[in-house]
Design a protein around this ligand. Structure first.
Ligand code: GTP
Ligand code: MG
Length: 264
């Protein structure tokens, strides 16, 4: 990861960030997911993990198969890959353009396909309190679509994080596409983290490429979980201090506890 979690959260919760303003103003979506009883407030942040393209959809499948308390949303131009993905929601983008066969490394096409399906993507995302985008860089779909989806989140005031997987260094032809794609994503999603596929090969020298990618995918899932938990607890603290300020008496404070929504 290039950036520490603390840095990301600092950015997310700094007074100038749109995310914080949304939270401080009592963001409608978060309110909808907050229950207040006589003595306690329970926050149930609704988390979406959006897998874009082949790598992203593989990570979304891990979340879905582990029954993680998130909504796993898979977006792909590759119909066969999407059919093989496990997810709460699948969005097949641009049958008319890619004929269901992916973009074959054309990131501009990936971006265009996502734009054509903006309404469906927006509908799937609205109502979530935090969104994580996962994309492998260097292909066309994930690289091109991630910034489009990040912008949809920005427009809707949904805090968004991106996890961008850099290709292996032996995928030389993909490196320039990956670099350009990362710049595009960072331009609209400051909370973008990169993961190096290469690094895992150093840690698992005898692993096959598939095993290495699976290990990377697993590390992404634990990163997302930790980040979402930290995000929820920051919100709780903000709400807690606001309540202290407004009541003026700590004794009036309701107990606040995080309780992630469990998928049934
Ligand atoms: N960690 C990890 N990396 C992957 C995985 N699958 C692919 N990658 C990496 O991600 C890069 C992009 O590949 P894909 O995600 O398949 O590309 P795509 O977004 O589907 O793009 P197109 O198929 O060209 O439309 C590859 O060059 C690999 O380095 C995966 O399951 N895990
Ligand atoms: Mg693909």
């Amino acid at each position: 990861m290039e950036k520490s979690f603390g840095e990301a959260m600092g950015r997310c919760l700094s007074t100038s960030s749109p995310e914080t303003n949304a939270l401080k103003n009592g963001d409608a979506q978060m309110e909808a997911n907050t229950r207040e009883t006589d003595t306690s407030v329970t926050i149930e942040p609704r988390v979406a993990v959006v897998g874009l393209g082949g790598a992203g959809c593989n990570v979304a499948s891990v979340f879905y198969n582990e029954l993680a308390p998130v909504d796993a949303i898979a977006i792909n131009t590759d119909k066969k890959a999407l059919d093989e993905t496990s997810a709460d929601k699948k969005i097949y983008i641009c049958k008319a353009v890619t004929k269901g066969e992916g973009t074959r490394g054309d990131a501009r096409l990936g971006s265009r396909c996502a734009k054509v399906h903006e309404d469906a993507i927006e509908k799937a995302l609205v109502g979530h309190d935090i969104v994580f985008l996962i994309a492998g860089l260097g292909g066309g779909t994930g690289t091109g679509a991630a910034s489009v989806v990040a912008e949809i989140c920005n427009r809707n005031g949904i805090p968004v994080f991106a996890v961008a997987i850099n290709p292996f260094s032996f995928e030389t032809g993909r490196i320039p596409v990956a670099r350009h794609g990362l710049r595009m994503i960072r331009a609209v999603c400051p909370n973008t983290f990169t993961v190096e596929n290469d690094k895992i090969l150093g840690l698992m020298p005898d692993a096959t490429i598939d095993e290495a990618m699976r290990a990377v995918n697993l590390s992404i899932t634990s990163f997302v979980r930790k980040t979402a938990d930290e995000f929820a607890s920051k919100i709780e603290k903000e709400m807690s201090s606001e309540k202290q300020t407004s009541s003026g008496r700590i004794g009036d404070m309701p107990e606040i506890q995080a309780m992630p929504r469990i998928k049934t």
